[in-house]
Design a protein around this ligand. Structure first.
Ligand code: GLU
Length: 565
């Protein structure tokens, strides 16, 4: 049998050789040590939070080394493809400041290594497939039209995958499959004349009893059994399998580092075989463990339906992109948090990201930790940035808040500036969604009494404290004079103005200066806890402050009257 003839019979129109193709994809000229990485998603529509991990690693490895980061769309499975998914992916990653230098973009393609969509590269794969057949390293496997229809109906693949194989049966099946290797020129001619479809299988030379060394950048040295499976390279529509396509694309596009999910690790023997058959140098591989979450006391994989799995949820909740990236960095490199403590203001891209600091066991997703990181990240932002990012979020997710923020930007910024900029900035928000409940009392339309005056105090005392405060309130005295005024009120109504004394002898007083402050705080903000009260009043202004205090006095009077009636 002549492999050469079979190759010619199958692909008469393919005249190019691998060398011709290689010539169209020149080696990249990059500085020493520059890494070329890619994100190679299948556009299936759902963006898992976990996508950020390879994306960020790829981006850091490339850009930290003066290399290239490109986007390749692996759209070889038309059935799973979702319209608009590609655009969504590009937009979502851009939201997280992850940008590609090259590859598929919304406005076409950038770069000379394209097409960057696998569906547009069928010709290239076929050139290499033809060459493998010619060299006796791959062979066709035919299916008649009626067999094909049957296969389509029966979901044979799932059936075979789920089957519990009896070892003898399996050996027989393998033998049958291998018999296909001996296909003759005449058989090929006959099948083609009958219009039968064919797939291309590799002709595996591995012995599973032998092991080959393989080094994963995170997992270290591994020993894996050789591959003896004649796996599929091209499907009957001429479209490649992931295995074949990635080997050719990563080689031609000059990828130096392949970062991908651990689900591909079991296929590594196949990939080593492919690179060897094709004569390509092997890129470096980094297989990422599944993202885990705690489920009671045990770890479980963060699956599609779990809270936190969909990347779109983070934006909707109002996690700033910076917070999410910051959190992913803390998970990716064990020394990131120490670096952050030493460099609180620095951009994360200044951090020397290192594969060596990644853990083999994978990352554990934890909302509490994410929220802590986010609170810290937001606390370090400038007022302008908080205002701008919060408004952008509110425009889509909370129009009432958006209107309040934009009808008087200066007022909103004053509120958002509270506790910002000092050595110990306030950490009130983890997400933009937290902001409205925090600042609602600054807006008359949202203000309401959320907490009641504690029942242990007499309305008479509260009223008296509020009345005295209202009578004397001067907005611009400065914080300490203002507080002296409150102390004086405490003394006048028989409350302790000295906290030390009060703590020693609490029975002697109906309350303390802290309680007087609390009455005023409740009247003005409607709640027990608020940012610095003096500052709050400055922002609200004298008129609104007094209006709220007087309204509280009136309410107290009303309650008293109803009680007496
Ligand atoms: N298209 C593959 C996937 O979606 C990408 C794997 C890789 O990065 O090589 O899983």
């Amino acid at each position: 049998m002549s492999f050469e003839t079979i190759a010619e019979l199958l692909y008469p129109d393919i005249t190019e050789t691998p060398a011709d193709i290689e010539a169209k994809f020149p080696r990249r000229v990059l500085p020493e040590g520059a890494k070329v990485t890619r994100l190679a998603p299948s556009p299936t529509g759902f963006m898992h939070f976990g996508t950020l991990f390879p994306a960020l690693i790829d981006e850091r490895l490339a850009h930290q080394s003066g290399g290239v980061f490109y986007l390749r769309i692996e759209d070889t499975d038309a059935k799973r493809e979702v319209k608009g998914a590609e655009q969504d992916l590009i937009d979502t990653l851009a939201y997280y400041h992850i940008f590609f230098d090259e590859g598929a973009t919304a406005d076409g393609e950038i770069g000379i290594y394209g097409p960057y969509r696998q569906s547009k590269r069928a010709h290239i794969y076929q050139v290499f497939a033809k060459d493998l057949i010619r060299r006796g390293l791959a062979y066709p496997c035919f299916t008649s039209e009626s067999e094909y229809e049957q296969l389509k109906e029966s979901d044979k693949k799932a059936e075979l995958m789920n089957k519990v194989w009896d070892p003898e049966e399996l050996a027989k099946e393998k033998e049958q499959l291998r018999a296909g290797r001996n296909i003759t020129e005449e058989e090929v001619r006959a099948h083609l004349a009958a219009g039968d479809r064919f797939i291309i299988r590799i002709l595996a030379d591995g012995d599973p009893n032998k092991k080959i060394p393989f080094t994963d950048l995170v997992r270290g040295k591994l020993e894996i059994p050789e591959n003896d499976e004649d796996f599929v390279l091209l499907k009957s529509d001429g479209i490649p399998t992931y295995h074949f396509a990635h080997a050719i694309d990563d080689h031609l596009m000059g990828t130096t580092h392949v970062v991908r999910a651990e689900e591909w690790l079991p296929s590594i023997a196949k990939h080593l075989m492919l690179f060897r058959y094709l004569g390509f140098p092997l890129p470096k591989y980094l297989h990422l463990s599944q993202l885990m979450k705690m489920d009671g006391n045990s770890k479980k994989k963060l699956s599609k339906r779990d809270k936190g799995a969909a990347l779109s949820d983070y934006k909707a909740e109002g996690y700033p992109a910076e917070s999410v990236i910051e959190y992913v960095m803390t998970l990716l490199n064990s020394n990131f948090e120490d670096w952050r403590r030493a460099n609180p203001e620095a951009d994360y891209t200044k951090f020397p990201f290192s594969i060596k600091k990644m853990s083999v066991s994978g990352c554990l997703f934890d909302y509490d930790k994410l929220n802590d990181v986010s609170k810290n990240t937001i606390s370090l932002m400038s007022t302008e940035k908080v205002y701008s990012d919060l408004s952008t979020w509110a425009k889509t997710y909370d129009t009432e808040l958006y209107e309040l923020l934009t009808e008087n930007p200066d007022y909103a910024k004053k509120i958002l500036a509270i506790g910002r900029g000092g050595k110990k900035p306030r950490k009130d928000f983890a997400v933009w969604r937290d902001v409205k409940p925090y600042l609602s009392f600054f807006y008359d339309t949202l203000f309401k009494m959320e907490d009641d005056f504690p029942a242990q105090f007499s309305s008479h005392d509260i009223k008296q404290a509020l009345t005295l405060f209202a009578k004397r309130y001067q907005p611009d005295t400065g914080n300490s004079v203002w507080f002296d005024g409150i102390k004086a009120i405490a003394d006048e109504i028989g409350f302790a103005s000295d906290m030390k004394e009060y703590k020693q002898n609490p029975e002697a007083y109906p309350g303390s200066v802290a309680d007087v402050s609390m009455f005023i705080r409740l009247a003005v903000t409607g709640r027990m806890n608020s940012p610095d009260l003096y500052e709050v009043m400055q922002i609200l202004g004298k008129e609104r402050t007094l209006h709220r205090i007087n309204a509280a006095i009136e309410r107290l009077e009303h309650v008293q009257e109803t009680k007496e009636a």
